[in-house]
Design a binder for this molecule. Sequence first.
Ligand code: XMP
Length: 479
Amino acid sequence: MKILPDTALTYDDVLLVPQYSAVDSRRTLSTRSFLTKKIVLQMPIVSANMDVVTESEMAITMSREGGIGMIHRFMTIAEQARQIDRVKKAESFIVDKPITMTEAHTVGDLKRVVDETGTGGILILDGNEKLIGIVTTRDLLFEEDDRKSAADVMTRPVHSAPPNTTLKDAERLLHEYRIEKLPLVDANGKIAGLVTLKDIMKITQFPMATKDSKGRLAVGAAVGVRDREMHRVESALAAGADCIVVDIAHGDSHLEIDMIKNIRKHFPDAQIIGGNVATADGTKRLIDAGADAVKVGVGPGSICITRIVAGSGVPQLTAVMDCAKAAESAGIPIIADGGIRQPGDVAKAIAAGAQTVMIGSMLAGTDESPGMIMTRRGHRYKASRGMASREANIDRNKKEGNDLTQEEIEEYVAEGVEAAVPYRGKAREVLTQLVGGLQSGMSYSGATSIEDFQKKAIFVRMTGAGLKESGPHDVEVLG
Ligand code: XMP
């Protein structure tokens, strides 16, 4: 047994010392950082691979805002692949398989398909599957005779473009022809895709978005450490996942290390995130095994009780500092995972050496997380829960077809709790506050980039009295 000499600290134990700043507007400060060795984020925030936080809807928002979401693993391999696929298709400016009908279909048929699919334009083909016209919702809007044929109401001729049309060319053609839909047609007159103005506008609306090399939104996928999970890795990568989170509570373990090595061996180009660890040695072991980023945090999470149950963990600021220092020479980024309760914590985590922060419960309360809004005594909530909570364990087993016996339920030693978090509206609003806090923290340290921030930041420890002074006090807070 030994006792380490230094006291370990967490976010509430310290403040960033204000320093001279030449920054004019904090909102213009760059928050560009590295998620992994190769993946760059404009917003250094990652949504947690928890079943109450990240499925496709959250991942789409995270990526559009310049961060990234990690799809959790508590679903079948096929379902996880579908979730990844949804993210990948969300921002594509080309619809791969547009809806097509024939000239013999009636207006009634067309209206039904529009209602069922929500599509705004149907491509009309002749008997040889060649494009001859297009019917848009506008063509159907005032058409009362449902027996008319598609040929009677369609717009023709149709402006089209070749399959390899670039985003820039598509924008130009949509503008030039004053149209909203541009079919892509190959040399044989067959449909190869459809570009819509709506999709293009969505892309230009999110200039910070995290994209893969094909221009699709980036997304990560969590996998477990058992051998059979290699199928999940293969499926997630095939569906387009940009990185794999090897998810285990105690990442400084042979199970984690073997899994990282196995993934690296079979998928040499995969971006692998290892974790969770809380020490310099643990970080080095994961880097040596082949991790492209290391997730740090044992027990800081809002729904974690690992430190209570197992008596194990390291206060998060010290853990991040130690791990970041250990990873520095290898150029491997650290993800500070868990325990972010307010925007200032993001600034502190990044100043301490993390490149990104992972957020669970703060995002679990938003519209984009899975689950319903509950109302209790006039306040709105959403559910959050630890992935090692009793309820999550029961659900997970149920999904795998195992109904646990009462004895099995009671034998499970939970390291997480089930909780309710205040409803927080759109994830974007939470993210804006978190990034705004980070930029303010950078500005108070006189820093213009994450790298500069990490060089310049000076922490001062504070007492309980300092912490009390830091929040609103001696007033009744109204809003
Ligand atoms: P926050 O504080 O953002 O933390 O809600 C999210 C992180 O908490 C971790 N996590 C757990 N840790 N028992 C734990 O000890 C659990 O049941 C549990 N579930 C999630 C995880 O690292 C997540 O990203």
